[in-house]
Design a protein around this ligand. Structure first.
Ligand SMILES: *Cc1c(COP(=O)(O)O)cnc(C)c1O
Length: 400
């Protein structure tokens, strides 16, 4: 055997190369693009081999709830991008969060969670974990004293998203991981808004990262999926839960996400560039009271974001003068952007948080969290920026 065969060209490869080349294992057909292994089960060459596979004595596939080569390729590629020992794919972003909780928490444990996380995450924690004797305290993302004073002897996990939705607040990952570790807690970060192309929470001290792959990892709004990444020790626990409970990723969806990872950095940079241009333009508009985007120099999280992210992402929000009526008039007058709560798509989306994504909050809770009635969120896609500005201009003209 020559040295050539032992050489791993990915060992010292850069992010872009890993995004395209990690996780490839060709079949005897010699295909260039990764195949979709649309099979629920696998055959064995002998009864003895079947016994060895079932016992785990020999590696290999048994059943696609356990392992699937397409899903494995996605997991390996994502792990390489996040700089993690291992990744585990799940049926959705929520299945990723559920799997982390079921695998690593038990009755009597306490979790501290940012108040400013995805709405369904709050429902999962407060409605379902509570049922099994796991308590959760919600704290404002930026209030480090709030995190500290929420700690109890039985606190085992911190959970947060940064930047937050929709106000783009930026949490100090290094600071919070220090606080978590001083108290023997795991720091879990939902890295959905930045993706590994812009932010690597594990390098800043986070223990586990999760994704809704539905958003930027796909990038074209086609599939629902999720993932958990981190140390092998934790991922083994998550895998065991997934294999037992079943919310695993389908091979087709894994194939779509695998392709998405190849263009992730290029897309995230383009989303970020357009979002910054639009944020700066919105600041000049007389009907706008305030723009929330961490790429803007006057955003309170700007310096921190500049330190821990390589760009500022595609999501921004802005406050129109007036209130709900003006925001709705604006949204209804746009013609190009999609009116939907989704994000992370090549197609730009627009939504009114106070009456959709954050409608479950009481008026006081919304006020407290800064989700005002005049607030509009856009997730800037990959269309031409001039065309997007023209659509926003139609929005302004629609305010009576
Ligand atoms: C969408 C989203 C989720 C949930 O993911 P699904 O794939 O919809 O289950 C979790 N966190 C964030 C930040 C999200 O945007």
């Amino acid at each position: 055997m020559s040295d050539h065969e032992d050489f791993d060209p990915l060992a010292d490869a850069h992010h872009d190369t890993r995004a395209i080349r990690s996780g490839i294992s060709r079949t005897h057909e010699g295909e260039h693009s990764e195949p979709i292994f649309a099979t629920s089960s696998y055959v064995f060459s002998s009864a003895a081999e079947a016994a060895e596979r079932f016992s785990g004595e020999s590696p290999g596939n048994v059943y696609s709830r356990y392992t699937n080569p397409t899903v494995r390729a996605f997991e390996q590629r994502l792990a390489a991008l996040e700089g993690a020992e291992a990744a585990v794919a799940t049926a959705s972003g929520m299945a990723a969060i559920l799997s982390i909780c079921m695998a690593l928490l038990k009755s009597g444990d306490h979790v501290v969670c940012s108040r400013d996380v995805f709405g369904t995450t709050i429902s999962l924690f407060s409605r379902y974990l509570a049922k099994f004797g796991i308590e959760v305290t919600f704290v404002p993302l930026l209030n480090i004293d709030g995190w500290r004073s929420a700690l109890r002897p039985n606190t085992v996990m911190f959970f947060l998203e940064t930047p937050s939705n929709p106000l783009c607040e930026v949490a100090d990952l290094a600071g919070l991981s220090k606080l978590a570790h001083l108290n023997d807690c795991l720091l879990v970060v939902d890295n959905c808004f930045c993706t590994p192309a812009l932010q690597l929470p594990l390098t800043l001290g986070a223990d586990i990262v999760m994704h809704s792959a539905t958003k930027y990892l796909d990038g074209q709004g086609r599939c629902v999926g999720g993932a958990v990444v981190g140390r092998k020790q934790h991922m083994d626990e998550v895998v065991t839960f997934l294999r037992t409970a079943g919310p695993t990723m389908s091979p087709f969806n894994a194939w779509v996400f695998l392709k998405g990872l190849e263009t992730l950095r290029l897309r995230m940079e383009a989303h970020s560039r357009s979002a910054l241009e639009i944020a700066e333009w919105l600041q000049q508009q007389p009907a706008v009271e305030r723009v929330y985007y961490a790429g803007l120099k006057d955003h309170p999280g700007h310096a921190l974001a500049a330190k821990q992210q390589s760009a500022y992402g595609g999501v921004l929000s802005f406050l129109v003068k007036g209130g709900r009526e003006q925001a709705w008039q604006f949204i209804d007058a746009t013609r190009l952007m999609s009116l939907t709560a989704n994000l992370g798509d090549a197609k730009t989306t627009i939504v009114h948080p106070a009456t959709t994504t954050h409608a479950r909050l009481s008026a006081e809770q919304r006020e407290d969290a800064g989700i005002r009635d005049g607030l509009i969120r856009i997730a800037v896609g990959l269309e031409n920026v001039e065309d997007l500005r023209a659509d926003l201009q139609r929005g302004f003209a629609g305010i009576r």
